[in-house]
Ligand binder design. Structure first.
Ligand code: BTN
Length: 305
């Protein structure tokens, strides 16, 4: 109902009377009024006048009812420790494929390799619970697919040149605009769930504390709708995932990466190695040519280039 009221107010583009809302939505005027009160409490700038209700501005809201067709699988929290923690609990309780946990901000946002992910108000922070019917060996390709789809979505929506840095960072002009973290649980070599957490710097600006980071707001000096970005990403990613044609993912990812052919430093939990990033194999492992000419295969790590 909240979604339908917001839609009616947006479509009305002016004052919409309580009577009209009650008629089109098939509920009493008192019920309309109660929903309006709740929406106001959620932060929607709705003015109540003698002639009716008016939406007096935009709110970049990420409530479930803003995601038509996905309402039951979207879970929004104004503040959490980390969406990874919330999503893990939900995945273990059996929440369905493509459940999405979104946070307005995170107190303990987590990055890869046990780093902290700065997650102030204004950024887009979410974790998807995915249950793809694939063997665990194919799981990394799903991470590469997500990075690829996110880079393409950013490029398409904002006309920028977002590139992927191995394994899943998204960079614009060499600065990090988005990162991804995934956690998997499996049984008998089949994926039970992959929780994929994504942070995009949209209307936040972490660059004062992270000089190697950027955000859409920093690039364009204006704010953008996180909802539009999230809807476009989820739609594109879900349809690619449904087709399950994971064979071509790495080849397509290579067209969007700026890692290959470069001299890079790779930091893993155990070691630091340097060399030329020669290729990425069919499962996303980096093939690094070392100084002595040998090839070292690196399955996970962080890349500095
Ligand atoms: C990285 O680049 O190191 C990965 C960053 C992942 C950040 C996202 S924000 C949503 C989700 N919740 C977290 O705590 N981390 C991921």
């Amino acid at each position: 109902m909240k979604g339908r009221i917001i839609e009616a107010l947006r479509a009305g583009n002016g004052i919409v009377s309580g009577q009209e809302l009650s008629r089109t939505l098939g509920v009493s005027r008192v019920s309309v009024w109660k929903h309006i009160r709740n929406l106001q409490k959620c932060g929607y700038p709705i003015a109540a006048t003698a002639k009716g209700y008016r939406l007096s501005g935009a709110l970049d809201a990420l409530f479930p009812w803003e995601f038509r067709g996905r309402e039951s699988r979207i879970h929004y929290f104004p503040e959490v420790t980390s969406t990874m923690e919330v999503a893990k609990e939900m995945a273990r309780k059996g929440y369905p494929h493509f459940t999405v946990v979104i946070a307005g901000r995170q107190q303990q946002g987590r990055g890869r390799l046990r780093r902290v992910w700065l997650a102030d108000e204004g950024g887009l922070y979410f974790t998807m619970v995915l249950r793809p019917p694939v063997p665990t060996a194919l799981a990394p390709r799903i991470n590469f697919l997500a990075a690829l789809v996110l880079a393409k979505t950013l490029n398409h929506l904002y006309r920028i040149d977002a590139k992927v840095k191995w394994p899943n960072d998204i960079l614009v002009d060499g600065k990090k605009i988005a990162g991804m973290l995934s956690e998997m649980e499996a049984e008998s070599d089949r994926v039970t769930f992959i929780n994929m957490g994504i942070g995009v710097n949209v209307n936040n600006d972490p660059s004062d504390r992270e000089p190697a980071a950027t955000s859409l707001k920093k690039i364009f000096a204006k704010e953008f709708s996180r909802k539009t970005l999230l809807i476009d990403f989820l739609d594109a990613f879900e349809s690619r995932l449904e087709s399950l044609s994971l064979d071509a993912v790495i080849a397509e990812w290579k067209r969007y990466t700026l890692t290959l052919g470069r001299f890079v430093k790779i930091v893993t939990i155990r070691e630091t190695v340097e060399g030329i990033a020669e290729d990425v194999d069919e499962n996303g492992a980096l093939l690094l040519r070392l100084e002595d000419g040998s090839i070292k295969k690196i399955v996970s790590g962080d890349c500095f280039q």
